[in-house]
Design a protein around this ligand. Structure first.
Ligand code: AP5
Ligand code: MG
Ligand code: ZN
Length: 216
């Protein structure tokens, strides 16, 4: 199964991807996470990507298309994958179509997660993740059961992303509306777009997504 999670920054793509992975055994491919790893490792890609990410702008199509083209060749992608944050431009979507066609693969569904802009700012500025296992939390919506202790691994260290500040979030939202929202009519025309209400609580969104995936 090949699935795309499409939605603005903070829509809950990463949160739901973790649940879909656990339930359907799909590999989670997040270009944002891959780029952050490249930045942390100080690679050439990381150096090029950093200035765009810090400004809330998109990294060039060429960089992310190369990353995805390489990654889907790996053995663990044989049974399908879940794309989170890719594609983000019509150019990336067209490149993905070509990559899949060459491999005789079919895109099953694009799940749009619809959330109001105001809620997105609150979600992103409250987000933090476990520094050890990367489990994601929110200051008010998704706290660890014991304050300051990760539910999954017991760590007491948490990180906040450098692009999760108010100013960059506003820029990331503008970028989404200008460059990524055109993918909605693109995939609608291809007959693969399904929309879920991302304003619902996390468990409810998971149920809506499961309703879409379970009938594929
Ligand atoms: P990326 O890492 O993809 O960031 P993003 O798209 O801005 O999305 P986020 O990861 O911020 O949000 P999310 O939807 O995953 O939300 P989450 O589940 O964490 O990209 C970062 C940067 O890399 C880009 O700006 C760009 O520069 C570059 N980049 C990446 N891909 C690229 C590409 N293809 N082309 C070019 N450049 C690219 O949830 C957020 C918070 O809300 C969490 O705290 C969570 O607990 C909470 N939450 C989740 N769901 C709910 C809910 N239903 N109710 C209440 N709270 C909730
Ligand atoms: Mg994410
Ligand atoms: Zn942890």
């Amino acid at each position: 199964m090949i699935v795309i999670l499409l939605g603005p920054p903070g829509a809950g793509k990463g949160t739901q991807a973790a649940r879909i992975m656990a339930r359907y055994g799909l590999v989670h491919l997040s270009t944002g996470e891959m780029l952050r790893a490249a930045v942390a490792a100080g690679t050439e890609v990381g150096r090029k990507a950093r200035k765009f990410m810090d400004a809330g702008k998109l990294v060039t199509d060429e960089i992310v298309i190369d990353i995805i083209a390489d990654r889907i060749e790996a053995d663990d992608c044989r049974n399908g994958f879940l794309l989170d944050g890719f594609p983000r431009t019509v150019g990336q979507a067209e490149a993905l179509d070509k990559l899949l066609k060459n491999k005789n693969l079919k895109l099953d569904v694009v799940i749009e997660m619809e959330v109001d802009d105001d809620s997105l700012v609150d979600r992103i500025t409250g987000r933090h993740t476990c520094a050890v296992c990367n489990q994601s939390y929110h200051d008010t919506h998704l706290k660890p059961q014991n304050a300051g202790v990760c539910d999954s691994c017991g760590s007491t260290n948490f990180n906040r992303r450098s692009d999760d500040n108010h100013e960059t979030v506003i820029s990331r939202l503008a970028t989404y509306h200008a460059q990524t929202a055109p993918l909605l009519p693109y995939y609608s025309k291809h007959g693969v777009l399904r929309t879920v209400n991302g304003m619902a609580d996390i468990d409810d969104v998971a149920v809506q997504i499961n309703d879409v995936l379970s009938v594929l």
